[in-house]
Design a protein around this ligand. Structure first.
Ligand SMILES: C[S@@+](CC[C@H](N)C(=O)[O-])C[C@H]1O[C@@H](n2cnc3c(N)ncnc32)[C@H](O)[C@@H]1O
Length: 266
């Protein structure tokens, strides 16, 4: 496992992570619309769920009516909006001020209730046993100490509370096919690019940190939780024809997807 402890290099890495996502809020790359406009949010939302139709069921957007739900790493607020529209009492945090501001603005624009604040997943600013549900999608593999963030989620979750979390999955088609191809491509450039580099660039050439995990590693990392189970999924490539992505989602992604959903209770 490649987690770092809270040494000065980890602090520097955390600053790099913050700077990167502050400059590139997740989802803004998929639209040309004016940032913060209604057309912008609508386009981000349409693009996300058209390309990742499995999210509606796997993220359980409609399962938490009346429950207090914390999203860790809420980005532009696309998913937390779905929970809020379905009656959850929502709080979103993100490491970056830009994402929090955009998520807050989105809720105001749509007239939906939600609380937002800038916060670090590794040091959540909430009391023990505060939330019925903690949700996090594609976030905890970007923070230097992923285990610390998981332990924080456990701490702020109420007894019997639920987690719905997505992390990157090591034993996936994306890794099996991509790493050898990327290695060969690297050789043509005189570089030795391997697994770590392939996982990192999934979120952009300048993304400072990305990690992926096996089910076995995740079992250990989530061992404080009860009833832990996994489900993989993904979209092969957004630019591939729909029929190919549909085929992948039906036949391959359910056992070797690059996204691994983690469910469990405290
Ligand atoms: C790939 S984006 C995902 C955003 C959102 N969950 C989504 O799916 O659109 C990663 C997000 O994680 C946030 N992030 C990274 N490290 C974090 C940390 N330690 N605490 C809170 N948020 C963090 C980034 O600021 C960024 O918004």
């Amino acid at each position: 496992m490649n987690d770092l402890t809270t040494s000065p290099p980890a602090d520097a890495l955390k600053s790099g992570v913050r700077d990167y996502w502050n400059a590139n809020p997740c989802g803004t790359q998929f639209t040309e619309m004016e940032r913060g406009s209604k057309a912008f949010y609508d386009e981000v939302e349409r693009f996300r769920y058209e390309n990742q139709p499995f999210m509606h069921a796997l993220c359980k957007f409609d399962a938490f009516k009346g429950k207090t739900l914390l999203e860790v790493g809420c980005g532009l607020g696309t998913d937390i909006l779905q929970f809020a529209r379905n009656g959850a009492i929502t709080t979103g945090v993100d490491l970056t001020e830009e994402s929090v501001a955009l998520a807050e603005k989105r809720f105001q624009l749509y007239g939906v209730q939600g609380n937002f604040r800038t916060a670090d997943a590794e040091n959540l600013p909430f009391d023990d046993n505060s939330f019925d549900v903690v949700y996090s999608f594609g976030v905890l593999h970007h923070t230097p100490n992923t285990q610390k963030a998981i332990d924080e989620i456990h701490r702020v979750l109420k007894p019997n509370g639920e987690i719905v979390i997505m992390l990157y999955h090591k034993h996936s088609l994306h890794v099996w096919l991509g790493v050898p191809a990327y290695f060969l491509y690297g050789l043509t450039k005189g570089k030795l690019w391997g697994y770590d580099e392939w996982v990192r660039i999934y979120d952009g050439k300048h993304n400072p940190l990305g990690k992926a995990y096996s089910r076995r590693e995740l079992q250990e990392m989530f061992s404080k939780f009860k009833h832990v189970r996994f489900q993989t999924c993904d979209t092969l490539r957004r630019r591939f024809p729909k029929w190919l992505n549909d085929l992948n989602q039906k036949w391959f992604a359910t056992w070797a997807g690059f996204y691994i959903m983690i469910y469990g209770t405290k």
